[in-house]
Ligand binder design. Structure first.
Ligand SMILES: Nc1nc2c(ncn2[C@@H]2O[C@H](COP(=O)(O)OP(=O)(O)OP(=O)(O)O)[C@@H](O)[C@H]2O)c(=O)[nH]1
Ligand SMILES: [Mg+2]
Length: 173
C-alpha cells in the first residue's frame, strides 16, 4: 500500500523508536516472536490486545532511515505516536531522547498524543520513575498529551492494559 493511499476510517497510530527497540515485536506479539529489522514499514489494522482498534504504521528505526519519519506524519493524520524504548539499553537513552525532542517540536504533531512504552523483557533495572528521569521525559511540554509505561511487549500486564486504555481515550477524545 502506498503511504498516501490509505482509505482506512480507523484511527491511525504511528509506531516509532530506535532500531531494535521492539516496535515490530509490539505489533506482531500475537503472531510470532522473532523479527528481522524492518525495511520500509509494516501496516496492520489491528485490535491491540482487544482494547483499541486502530491502523498501526510500524516504521524502521534504523538511524539512516529515520529521516523518513516526517514523510509519514506529514502525510497521515496520526491520533497518537507510540514510541518504544528498550528499557534495558541505558546507553541508548540519550539517542531516544534526541529523537523524541525532534518529534515533540514538530508542528504537525502538536495535537498528537504520545505513548512512551519502555520495553523490558527481564526484571527491569530501573523503575518507571527512574526511566522517565533518565530519558528526560520532562522535556515534554505541558501542553502535550503523553503517558509512559514500563511493560514487557510480549506479555499481558495491568500496566500494559492501562496504557492501551489511555491510548483508546486519546482516540475518542
Ligand atoms: N519484551 C520483549 N521484548 C522482546 C522479546 N523479543 C524481542 N524483544 C525486543 O525486540 C527487539 C527487536 O525487535 P524488533 O521488534 O524487531 O525491533 P524494532 O523496533 O522493530 O527494530 P527496527 O525494525 O530495526 O526499527 C529486541 O532487541 C528486544 O528488545 C520478548 O520476548 N519480550
Ligand atoms: Mg521493526
Amino acid at each position: 500500500m502506498g503511504i498516501c493511499s490509505s482509505q482506512s476510517t480507523l484511527p491511525q497510530i504511528l509506531l516509532l523508536g530506535l532500531d531494535n527497540a521492539g516496535k515490530t515485536t509490539f505489533l506482531y506479539a500475537d503472531k510470532w516472536d522473532q523479527f528481522d529489522p524492518t525495511v520500509g514499514f509494516n501496516y496492520e489494522e489491528i485490535h491491540l490486545r482487544q482494547i483499541v482498534h486502530v491502523g498501526v504504521w510500524d516504521v524502521s528505526g534504523k538511524s539512516t532511515l529515520r529521516c523518513l519519519w516526517p514523510l509519514y506524519y506529514r502525510n497521515i493524520n496520526f491520533v497518537a505516536i507510540v514510541f518504544v524504548i528498550d528499557a534495558e539499553k541505558e546507553e541508548r537513552f540519550a539517542e531516544a531522547r534526541r529523537e523524541l525532542q525532534i518529534l515533540i517540536n514538530e508542528e504537525e504533531l502538536r495535537e498528537t498524543a504520545f505513548l512512551i512504552l519502555f520495553n523490558s523483557r527481564f526484571e527491569p533495572i530501573f523503575d518507571l520513575e527512574e526511566l522517565t528521569a533518565r530519558v528526560g521525559l520532562d522535556l515534554f511540554h505541558k501542553t502535550i498529551k503523553w503517558k509512559a509505561a514500563l511493560v514487557d511487549l510480549m506479555e499481558e500486564s495491568e500496566d500494559f492494559k492501562l496504557a492501551l486504555k489511555w491510548l483508546g481515550e486519546q482516540i475518542t477524545n
